[in-house]
Design a protein around this ligand. Structure first.
Ligand SMILES: [Zn+2]
Length: 290
């Protein structure tokens, strides 16, 4: 197995098979264009690597992306990795190539925390030290509901500060993404592309702080004009004020539904797994769309 870092052309070649698996409503060309944008973003350039494994004839055996991000794990801020887009060509499956490539990549920083979403049985990644945890996406129909919370828009810098300061997390230490403005903006880049594709305007206000039952709750809420969901990051998935805010934002942006994460049983095709966490509790809200 020869391991290389992908160049732009290698990534373009991967766009077709990846789009068939994960492109959803996007065409292959749109999926490729979206990925070019995300790799070209300053976060993508600095922090995302596409790893390839080939045989001696140069044929692709398997591939995956690593995103270097900061996590808060207990009281520590640590560097870690999201593992994404693990793809093995159909004629190469069943030879353990993906696990060998991932194992080599992880061996460069063996104690690093990492998270992935598996569409294989959990035991595949358990052999590398990953453990699954419960998490699923919750999709609620958009409806205008009576809001009793008070929300104020924030700029991204203030939002990052509010995320870092939230008291709930400090009383229940766990693992969460430690966002900075660049990584948040990288997520927004995806929604910018969807907005251009559908010729619908993104709102200028995306980040909020809610005063909910005497507590301050940071909320991120942005329309995904391709999926039809208002995509939410609510730091307390149980707070009805936060959830009502999201479904109202969906109405405001003309979307049928709002989507966010909850701590619950998982869908078998998207099992969240974590490795090297210092503490067992994982914050579900901050891991995927944001
Ligand atoms: Zn709330």
């Amino acid at each position: 197995m020869i391991i290389e870092i992908a160049e732009d052309l290698d990534r373009l070649a991967l766009a077709r098979p990846r789009s068939e698996l994960w492109g959803g409503p996007l065409s292959t060309a749109q999926y490729a264009e979206r990925n070019i944008r995300l790799y070209a973003h300053p976060f993508g350039k600095a922090k995302i690597i596409t790893w390839l494994a080939r045989n001696n004839d140069g044929n692709l055996l398997t591939s995956l992306d690593t995103f270097e991000v900061k996590f808060r794990s207990g009281k520590e801020i640590v560097t870690g990795y999201h593992i994404a887009s693990v793809y093995t060509p159909p004629d190469q499956r069943g030879h353990d190539h993906a696990r060998k490539l991932l194992s080599t990549v992880l061996s460069k920083n063996p104690s690093a925390l990492s998270i992935l979403f598996s569409d294989l049985r959990p035991s595949y990644y358990e052999k590398l030290g990953y453990e699954s945890f419960s998490m699923r996406e919750n999709i609620l129909s958009a409806q205008a509901v009576d809001r009793r919370g008070l929300e104020t828009a924030l700029d991204s810098k203030s939002f990052v500060k509010e995320l870092a300061n939230r008291k709930e997390f400090l009383t229940k230490p766990g693992v969460t993404v430690e966002y900075d403005e660049l990584y948040l903006d990288w997520h927004i880049e995806r929604f910018r592309y969807f907005s251009e594709l559908t010729q619908k305007r993104l709102p200028t206000e995306i980040f909020w702080i809610g005063e909910h039952s005497g507590k301050l709750h940071p909320i991120a809420s942005i329309p995904n004009f391709v999926s039809g969901n208002e995509e939410g990051m609510v730091l307390d998935g149980q707070c009805s004020h936060c959830i009502n805010f999201l479904v109202n934002q969906a109405v405001l942006h003309g979307l049928p539904s709002a989507r966010f994460w909850v701590e619950d049983r998982v869908a078998p095709n998207k099992i969240p797994m974590i490795r090297n966490a210092a503490v067992p509790w994982v914050d579900r809200q901050a891991l995927d769309y944001w």
